[in-house]
Design a protein around this ligand. Structure first.
Ligand code: HEC
Length: 201
């Protein structure tokens, strides 16, 4: 009787061990979320912070200096009381002001011609953003035609699509107020490599 019982119990013991292993992994995941290396340290006095978006856009993973949110999309990492930016947010700021601000206004504030992307990016997701960037958008309502050019063939834009997206997310959530970033994380080797491949290929 005793031996039979032990044999019957063995799979339960194994299952129990599996459950605790799973619980351990879940705990480890939680611990990872609270990883101080991923947390933002924003300017406490920055106006227009949207805490819900800031939480949504929070980084849960970093890979070669590139941060990703819980949906696996690129996101920003801002530290030192809002003064230090990850490479992609910094690069996105510069690309934006080279390629987009003539129409969309400085700091993504919008103009009479084109919408404020600091508002658009509250709702436009990554896939939509890349689609609009590559394919353009046209609004001919009210007689006045407004055209968002298609940048699909422009490497100076498309090679930095993620940088632009990360910067605009930082603006949309209010994590980045209207400032010119100076301090930044080092340019990752992966960014150097991807840039070279994208521009050259
Ligand atoms: C020549 C002017 C011009 C330039 C340059 C330009 N855009 Fe636009 N963009 C527009 C206009 C106009 C619209 C609105 C089109 C519409 O409503 O259909 C727009 C719309 C958009 C939208 C959709 C916004 C929304 O709320 O629907 C995104 C995203 C966008 N632009 C991103 C960019 C980025 C990023 C750059 C720089 C790489 C850029 N644009 C450069 C004119 C421009």
């Amino acid at each position: 009787m005793y031996t039979i019982n032990r044999a019957v119990l063995r799979p339960f013991a194994a299952a129990l061990a599996l459950v605790s292993a799973t619980a351990f992994v879940a705990q480890a995941e939680d611990a990872k979320k609270a990883d101080p290396a991923l947390a933002n340290q924003l300017d406490p006095n920055a106006p227009d912070k949207d805490q819900k978006l800031i939480d949504n856009f929070a980084a849960v993973k970093v890979e070669d200096g590139k941060y990703f949110d819980k949906e696996g999309h690129p996101t920003y990492h801002i530290t030192n009381d809002g003064k230090k930016f990850d490479w992609y947010a910094y690069s996105g700021y510069r690309r934006y002001h080279a390629e987009c601000h003539v129409c969309h206004g400085p700091d993504a504030m919008g103009s009479t011609y084109a919408p404020a992307l600091k508002d658009s990016l509250k709702t436009i997701n990554y896939e939509e953003f890349i689609g609009i960037l590559a394919g353009g958008k046209r609004d001919s309502q009210a007689g006045q035609e407004r055209v968002m050019p298609a940048f699909g063939d422009n490497k100076n834009v498309m090679c930095y699509a993620d940088d632009l997206y990360v910067y605009l997310k930082a603006r949309a959530s209010g994590a980045m107020p209207r400032i010119r970033p100076t301090d930044k994380e080092e340019k990752p080797e992966a960014a150097r490599k991807a840039e070279k491949e994208c521009l050259g290929g």
